[in-house]
Design a protein around this ligand. Structure first.
Ligand SMILES: [Zn+2]
Length: 347
């Protein structure tokens, strides 16, 4: 249908943000064919006395972590946002600023220092999902918290210096730019079609089956048509949920399962603990109705050709817009052919 388009330089439209991405498939005559290097797959220690996230250890703030055995959340000792910032505004000619209030938390996914999401049991990932739900509800219920961003930076290349499995939650009084962009496009589509933009997109993707990575009863993981990062992926609930708080027990299980499957694919790709930033986009917690919103989780991994070759967003991308060589379909084909079992587990 669109072979000619797909094999030549073209632009793809991101329906969620309204942005375009340049795709240059002619530059990849030979897609990546297989592993090129072997990586250390030795498991690290399950407890590290110098880790500030391990159970029972003392953090730099002087606080001691409890001997937690399930996911554990605490307020970040170096929070980027503070709850009691005085409300101030600056409107001075062309200089504009406003004070921002917020709460930043750290969520330890597991007491075991050596684990990562793909290595955790599904049941334990489900506990993380429950923790995300709890934090989203509790933080979101606070009067000055209008948006809650759940995310994870995994790997040193993503600026995460501590391998202990953990993520972060930043909640704040204003609604961040990415959410505003998506809100606009969800809303426009909703007003015109009385449908969830992502539900309709998911329907089309399932029919085409070109970019689907894995699916289960309640969720689908795919490479979005407009992906910017080489192996960018998105997990979308089949049901039109606005936020994770609406997931029932069974859906929590499905969500945990698909997170595990996707992150195993990632690790197996270059036989390395695959770095990424992942985050959940969902409705603001400002008390307004957002029937058009469809929550989703995105993964932005920087690796391109091996465990060490990463994609840089420089030059054209800094000055004009994002660009990629391998198409989303090529990336999906590579990922879905990988074994389901984690490469460090014995066959
Ligand atoms: Zn640790």
């Amino acid at each position: 249908m669109s072979n000619e388009l797909n094999n030549n330089p073209h632009r793809r439209y991101n329906i969620l943000t309204g942005e375009w991405i340049l795709v240059s498939p002619h530059r990849t005559k030979r897609p990546w064919q297989g592993k090129t290097e072997k990586h250390n797959s030795e498991k690290g220690p399950d407890y590290d006395p110098s880790c500030y996230l391990c159970p029972g250890n003392t953090r730099t703030s002087g606080e001691t972590n409890p001997e937690y055995i399930e996911p554990f959340a605490f307020t970040n000792d170096f929070s980027a946002l503070l709850p009691d910032t005085p409300q101030k505004e600056l409107n001075n000619g062309l200089l504009k600023a406003e004070a921002e209030q917020g709460i930043c938390k750290v969520v330890c996914f597991s007491p075991d220092h050596s684990l990562t999401l793909p290595l955790m049991e599904t049941g334990d990932i489900k506990k993380v999902v429950k923790m995300w739900k709890k934090e989203y509800a509790e933080l979101g219920a606070k009067e000055n918290i209008n948006y809650v961003q759940i995310f994870e930076n995994k790997g040193a290349v993503m600026g995460c210096s501590n391998p202990h499995p953990h993520g972060q939650i930043w909640s704040q009084s204003s609604i961040p730019t990415e959410i505003q962009k998506k809100s606009k496009h969800f809303k426009e589509y909703w007003q015109e079609n009385k449908q969830s933009l992502l539900a309709d997109y998911l329907k089309q993707e399932l029919e085409l089956d070109e970019r689907i990575l894995v699916k289960n009863e309640h969720f689908v993981a795919l490479i979005p048509y407009w992906a910017v990062w080489p192996y960018e992926a998105m997990i979308i609930p089949k049901k039109h949920h606005q936020h994770i708080g609406q997931l029932n027990e069974e859906e929590e299980q499905s969500f945990a399962e698909i997170i595990k499957k996707l992150t195993i694919m990632y690790d197996n790709l270059f036989e390395t603990s695959f770095p990424y930033s992942s985050g959940i986009h969902q409705i603001p917690t400002d008390g307004k109705e957002y029937p058009e919103w469809h929550f989703h989780m995105s993964f932005y991994p920087p690796l391109l050709r091996s465990a060490t070759v990463k994609k840089f967003m420089v030059g054209y991308e800094m000055f004009a817009g994002p660009q990629r060589d391998i198409t989303a379909e090529m990336a999906a084909n590579t990922l879905k052919q990988l074994p389901e079992k984690h490469y460090t587990k014995e066959v």
